[in-house]
Design a protein around this ligand. Structure first.
Ligand SMILES: Nc1ncnc2c1ncn2[C@@H]1O[C@H](COP(=O)(O)OP(=O)(O)OP(=O)(O)O)[C@@H](O)[C@H]1O
Length: 369
């Protein structure tokens, strides 16, 4: 098997943890030799492709493969609720909750949409900084108490309290939330179900998880190498999660944290997401801005023309492998767990005129939520 992201190809290589990605795709459309992704060392990767070309599916293939690999622990950020099928390989789907102090005081004003330089934003910043200076747990109610007692004009205190009340309503903060390390204790994929979660809360969760995994590896609190797989990644850059994702991109590999960002809008990702990635998987793209981001990946060892070589079929992708300084066309293998993506079609509504009168109710989803 050709293994993307792996330089050495000695005798030992065959026994190293590897994710089966698919097979080479020949010019005549036939499938060739199997292709895998190295899971022995940490990597940064991107999966690009316009809607419906198979990005989420490919991210699911990676998560499945990581579930089989030893010594790693996949964590999937699922903003659209399409990765529930990964439960079939044993992974829990969790409605994520984080401790309020998992987001640093300096980021709280931004999280609440407040100006950090003064007024209510300044009151919130101070309240979080004071609350987290102590040793105990911190709840959003504690933060509101501190805001109420703050030495600030009443209008600033009231506005700050209102914003904190809103944050509490997101349901994402819990003083007793398990530590982030609990997400990556074994090899089963943990799916963070962020479907329907307000944008700001989802960003706070991604920040806390990305930073938490990084800190845990630095502090020696995680044995396995975590892989953070982020679907719809464009939604998390430029906001509260941005610094933590950039930390993983630029410094994550040293302590052993991998990051894979999937998006249909590569142009909305920062350049660093491409420049720091050693693995690029690109399904079909057409928008000029997105193709332009792809051409930034054209390292000197590629003769250029990546954009012209993008395959057109669903599940087909061009991969650029920095480790071996090569690019290939691959067909991504089929998932063995159910995939929840794909646009609904009116024609799927059934051949009959509507649901049968005696159709049974949909079964309740199994497992923990
Ligand atoms: N490798 C593959 N093998 C077989 N079918 C695939 C493959 N990749 C994608 N598909 C099919 O294409 C559909 C669309 O794929 P997917 O949901 O991953 O698209 P997407 O690019 O993530 O789109 P969106 O932007 O809407 O999330 C899937 O539901 C699946 O049926």
């Amino acid at each position: 098997m050709h293994v993307l992201g792996r330089e050495a190809d000695g005798d030992r290589a065959a026994s190293l943890p590897t994710v089966r990605l698919g097979s080479f795709l020949a010019r005549d459309g036939t499938a060739g030799a199997p292709v895998g992704v190295d899971a022995d060392r940490p990597h940064a990767g991107v999966v690009f492709g316009k809607r419906g070309t198979g990005k989420s599916y490919t991210l699911g293939v990676l998560a499945e493969g990581l579930a089989d690999a030893s010594g790693v622990s996949p964590v999937v950020v699922d903003p659209m609720g399409v990765f529930e099928g990964l439960r079939a390989v044993g992974g829990p789907t969790v409605e994520p909750s984080i401790r309020p102090d998992a987001v640093p005081a300096s980021a709280w004003p931004d999280l609440l949409g407040l100006d950090p330089t003064g007024g209510p934003g300044g009151v919130v910043w101070r309240a979080v900084a004071d609350a987290t200076a102590g040793a105990g747990t911190v709840s959003v109610a504690d933060l509101r108490d501190r805001v109420a007692e703050a030495d600030a004009p009443e209008s600033a205190r009231l506005a700050a309290a209102n914003h904190l009340r809103l944050a509490a309503s997101w349901g994402a903060f819990d003083a007793e939330a398990p530590p982030i390390t609990a997400l990556a204790t074994d090899g089963t994929p943990t799916v963070l179900d962020l479907a329907g979660v307000p944008e700001a809360a989802a960003a706070a969760v991604v920040r806390a998880v990305a930073r938490g995994l990084y800190d845990a590896r630095i502090g020696g609190d995680l044995d396995r190498l975590p892989w953070l797989l982020v679907d719809e990644a464009h939604a998390f850059f430029g906001g509260v999660a941005d610094p933590a994702l950039r930390t993983l991109l630029t410094r994550g590999r040293a302590p052993g944290v991998s990051l894979v960002c999937a998006t249909q809008r590569p142009g909305a990702l920062p350049s660093v997401a491409v420049s720091q990635s050693d693995l690029l998987v690109c399904h079909r793209l057409t928008a000029e801005r997105d193709v332009a981001r792809l051409t930034e990946a054209e390292a000197t060892y590629l003769a250029g023309g990546l954009a012209e070589r993008l395959p057109t079929g669903t599940g087909e992708a061009l991969v650029v492998d920095d480790a071996t300084e090569t690019s290939h066309t691959v067909r991504v293998r089929e998932r063995r767990t159910p995939h929840g993506g794909g646009s609904p079609r009116a024609s799927d509504a059934g051949a009959s005129d509507g649901p049968a009168a005696d159709a049974p109710d949909a079964p309740e989803p199994e497992g923990p939520r």
